[in-house]
Write a protein that binds this ligand. Structure first.
Ligand code: MN
Length: 482
């Protein structure tokens, strides 16, 4: 969590303009980097690399980018013209997110004093087009941000890029543990693990749940006691069946130890394979998700990893981000709502008030009654986003939603209860999701926006389908044939 994240800033020029011009380029870039560091210090640090004047300098810069584990991405900008053949060999070494900042050192044109020296020095309109061509020609995924670098809109876009780049960096180093396999016969949670690792870096590794059962038995009284105190400090203990809660405490102690020893940041389990466990992990999983650990039920390794990536992207922002599951509707005409819930595992970051710990029967899986967190969901604007394997490629589907208060209490449903309204309306929004092949497992967020997801999709080369107020009935067939 205390890791330092860094963006390198690489300006472009050439050696035709003489020493004085290059000195001014360097000085202007130092000023820009100082300004960006000041504005982005809560997210990332920015470090200036030598101005690219030759292909050799560009290659050296990109080697440094790729060898620096703290570096999550690169900002490039052409202060002067910078013939783009010089960038080919360097760019081909770059395997990290790239931001093409289309800006200038000066905001306004000095109409009264402008001369040839000025336009030789300040020609991003010229140089950035040459550079844009080579990025397009090489097919390198990147983000273009255009505007004066001190404008709030531009800073906000660079900040967003830094957050997405951090999430991609985490993604590229992510190890996911699957305890058991996919739920038998389920299609959408399955897919190509090898393709996931190639495209997103996710190392999906199988272990038997017996590993956790064995570690749970090794949990000491003091570890269990400490975990129970953590639960009591965060949640309301609304049960007297403390032995059942302690069972979940043992699972969490075991899972934390396992994840630390194996450098795991996301995991799955399945209620069909709980060999050696007395309960389905509920409270244990919910409390781990609250700490940024990714989770997918029923062996859903894609959503497990994707939720961890999106929680990373949302770090430092207000709002909740985490796994949800579509369950059932209120189809009152014109006021349709969805109840998103799960058997147990909904992250408490979505709780509108302090969650209660309850112990209740599960009705599936044939195990003992599991302890779980029960709460009503927060309200506000948000997104629901999922990732599916289409065979030849991955597809992200991102829908704008509005989380709402439940119209009436549901006293007999002892799980998390999140309700939301689809956009542009129920008929189009849910039909679009179905046409697009959207899963019933997804990640909801009131911290992230469609624009964040779109940037992630562009930078990882993933197909993106969006659903929102701009979606029309005429779009629906397009989603299917895409
Ligand atoms: Mn499910």
């Amino acid at each position: 969590m205390n890791k330092t994240y860094k963006l390198y800033f690489i300006p472009g020029s050439q050696d035709l303009y003489g020493e004085a011009c290059l000195k001014q380029v360097a000085a202007d870039c130092q000023e820009m980097v100082r300004f960006l560091n000041d504005k982005l210090q809560d997210v990332v640090t920015v470090e200036l690399l030598p101005t690219v004047e030759t292909s050799k300098i560009c290659v050296e810069n990109m080697k440094r980018v790729m060898n620096d584990d703290d570096c999550v991405g690169v900002i490039t900008w052409m202060h002067t013209f910078s013939p783009a053949k010089m960038w080919i060999k360097g760019l081909r070494r770059l395997g990290k997110p790239l931001l093409h900042l289309h800006t200038q050192a000066n905001e306004k044109l000095p109409y009264g004093s402008i001369d040839m020296d000025f336009i030789n020095l300040n020609q991003a309109a010229h140089g950035d087009r040459e550079y844009g061509y080579i990025l397009a020609r090489l097919g390198i995924p990147h983000e273009v941000v255009a505007g004066f670098y001190k404008h709030e809109r531009v800073i906000a876009k660079i900040r967003q890029f830094a957050q997405v780049a951090k999430a991609i960096s985490d993604s590229q180093n992510m190890r996911i543990a699957t305890f058991g396999n996919n739920m038998r016969d389920v299609a959408v949670t399955d897919g190509n693990r090898l393709s996931c690792e190639i495209q997103y870096g996710w190392e999906v590794k199988y272990w038997g749940i017996g590993e956790i059962a064995a570690l749970a038995e090794q949990a000491t009284d003091s570890q269990i006691h400490e975990k129970m105190q953590e639960y009591e400090s965060k949640y309301t203990m609304a049960t007297d069946r403390l032995d059942a809660v302690r069972e979940q405490a043992k699972y969490e102690v075991a899972l934390e130890r396992f994840m630390e020893e194996n450098e795991i940041s996301a995991f799955t389990d399945t209620f069909q394979d709980l060999f050696g466990l007395r309960q389905l992990p509920g409270l244990a999983v919910q409390n781990l998700m609250d700490k940024g650990i990714g989770f997918g039920p029923e062996g859903d390794y894609k959503i497990s990893a994707f939720s961890a990536v999106l929680m990373k992207m949302a770090e430092g922002r207000n709002g909740a981000t985490g796994f949800i599951e579509d369950y059932t509707y209120d189809l009152t005409e014109g006021q349709e709502l969805e109840l998103a819930s799960h058997m147990l595992e909904v992250p408490p970051s979505f709780a509108a008030a302090k969650p209660e710990i309850q112990v209740c029967p599960l009705g599936i899986g044939g195990k003992e009654d599991p302890a779980r967190l029960v709460f009503d969901g927060i309200t506000g604007q948000g997104i629901q986003v999922t990732l599916v394997d289409m065979g030849g490629h991955f597809r992200i589907i991102c829908a704008d939603i509005e989380l709402v208060k439940q119209p009436e209490p549901m006293p007999n449903l002892p799980v998390a209860r999140i309700m939301y309204r689809h956009k542009p309306n129920f008929a189009i929004g849910t039909a679009a999701w179905c046409y697009a092949g959207g899963a019933h497992h997804s990640v909801a967020s009131t911290a992230l926006t469609r624009a964040d997801i779109a940037m992630f999709a562009r930078l990882t080369g993933t197909e993106l389908i969006t659903i929102g107020d701009d979606t029309t009935e005429a779009d629906l067939q397009k989603f299917f044939t895409k």
